[in-house]
Design a protein around this ligand. Structure first.
Ligand SMILES: Cc1cc2nc3c(=O)[nH]c(=O)nc-3n(C[C@H](O)[C@H](O)[C@H](O)COP(=O)(O)O)c2cc1C
Length: 182
């Protein structure tokens, strides 16, 4: 096992009022990380700036969620997602992320911005963790390409059953109403 995939199983939490912030360029390389981002992930600014954002990727995250995230922000739209991240020492932390494109004066996308808050425990345990487990399983059962297709199909089926688009699902799942996200 490489040092980068080592996991302790230890969950790190942060305060309800805290916001973990990062910004990236168009390629997803970090251009900014706030103090809390660095503290919780256990990196120095020098270690993360210029690095791909997957520096904090946790192996339990289904690839389909990142694909959907990137497709949405590249199209110029905002996206909300629950994400489990890996700290440098192998600990992990869950976040509820809001990711938006940043634009210049002409409206051209120049990079991306993410604000992350504490996720609601009941939503995580009842909805997100079981869903992500299924998606990840679908991805791991086949090769990279087919695995992603399987997982996309599973996610589409899950949303179709509820007659919801992804953004509607994430809004109705509860976090937004309670936290007053706009
Ligand atoms: C603004 C922004 C914030 C992101 N935040 C995270 C994050 O907190 N954790 C994460 O694993 N990936 C995050 N990503 C997605 C990564 O760029 C990447 O797609 C993901 O880690 C999967 O990496 P992989 O494709 O190498 O497996 C973010 C992307 C953007 C544009």
């Amino acid at each position: 096992m490489s040092i980068d995939s080592f996991l302790t199983g230890n969950e790190v939490t942060f305060h309800d009022d805290d916001i973990i912030v990062s910004k990236t360029n168009l390629k997803g390389h970090l251009t900014y990380a706030n103090k809390l981002f660095l503290e919780i992930a256990g990196y120095t600014e020098q270690e993360v700036i210029g690095k791909p954002h997957n520096i904090i990727r946790h192996p339990d995250m289904p690839r389909v969620i990142f694909k959907m995230l990137w497709d949405t922000v590249r199209d110029g739209n905002e996206v909300f997602a629950y994400v489990i991240n890996r700290c440098k020492n192998g600990d992990h932390y869950w976040v509820y992320a809001h990711i938006t494109p940043s634009r210049d004066m002409n409206g051209k996308i120049t990079g991306y911005h993410s604000n992350r808050r504490v996720p609601q425990l009941d939503i995580l345990n009842q909805t997100i963790i079981p869903l992500y487990r299924q998606l990840k399983q679908a991805e791991d059962l086949a090769d990279r390409k087919q695995g992603l297709l399987n997982s996309e199909n599973l996610m589409s089926g899950y949303l179709a059953d509820q007659q919801l688009a992804y953004d509607e699902f994430i809004m109705t799942v509860g976090q937004n109403q309670r936290r007053g996200y706009r």
